[in-house]
Design a protein. Structure first.
Length: 270
């Protein structure tokens, strides 16, 4: 195995039990070569160094053990943002990216105050600040390690945001918001999860109690202290949680994801 083509075929064969072996091989090699994934095919005749081959083998071994690509490469593109991703934060999903795109379309960029609670990597708040520069964005999380990643990502994407440490809305004592966005832990205790999620992603960011609704219940009791008339809230939710959210927050709306499954919740405070 000396050429990029041979390395690609090697990685693809070793990862044939993966859901997307071709994509995984492309991602690993493109990261090593510092090119876009589809560009590796134009480098097929290039000879890899022994160091590059050793790195690829270590990446392949980790992926064979089901470690997510994002943790191996420590990176994820989210809308127009280049994010550092570590095992201290949840890997941003396509659904969350869809929520961010929706929010960019519906939020008015008029010096409004937006809180991104349970921010994790900071993906939502950072993407919104990047697209809507006059928003006053604050990222908060109970995990100090997650906040460190969010701080790094804000700097990496050259956006000015505030960061607060604490449980849900506790860090915002005495303040009010115009927009509250939250992608809280919403996995139910008994929900089955694939190995690459259960064994690698932070449980603090995944599980929301026996039925997955604990954090929404907590937010329901706290939001009235921080909201004002016209404030808007947006949540990402589990696909079976729509009716429960409508009962918790009467007057809200459920929005589907690209698979037409319940995935997002919104409410304007009256």
């Amino acid at each position: 195995m000396t050429s990029v083509k041979e390395a690609f075929l090697y990685a693809k064969e070793k990862l044939k039990k993966s859901t997307h072996p071709t994509r995984d091989a492309e991602d690993l090699l493109s990261h090593i070569l510092q090119v876009k994934p589809l560009e590796i095919y134009t480098f097929f005749s290039k000879t890899l160094t022994s160091a590059e081959i050793d790195i690829l083998k270590s990446y392949v071994k980790r992926r064979q053990e089901r470690e997510p690509i994002e943790y191996i490469l420590r990176t994820r593109t989210f809308l127009d943002c280049d994010l550092t991703i570590t095992p201290d934060v949840l890997i941003p999903r396509q659904e969350t990216e869809l929520l961010a795109a929706h929010l960019i379309d519906c939020i008015q960029d008029e010096n409004k105050i937006l809180w991104d609670v349970c921010t994790g990597s900071g993906c939502l708040g950072i993407a919104l600040k990047k697209h809507l520069p006059s928003l006053k964005v604050t990222l908060s999380d109970i995990s100090k390690k997650a906040l460190s990643v969010a701080r790094l990502n804000a700097k990496k994407n050259r956006v000015q945001v505030d960061l607060k440490w604490g449980d849900l809305l506790q860090p915002f004592c005495g303040e009010t918001f115009d927009y509250l966005i939250c992608n809280p832990p919403y996995v139910a205790k008994q929900d089955p999860l694939p190995k690459d999620v259960l064994c690698f992603e932070p449980h603090l960011a995944l599980f929301g109690g026996d039925d997955g609704l604990d954090f929404y219940r907590k937010l329901k009791t706290k939001i009235p202290k921080y909201a004002k008339r016209g404030s808007k809230i947006f949540f990402e939710i589990g696909t079976t949680q729509g009716n429960a959210l409508l009962k918790l927050f009467p007057g809200g709306k459920i929005m589907p994801d690209l698979s037409s499954q319940d995935r997002f919740f919104s409410l304007e405070i009256e």
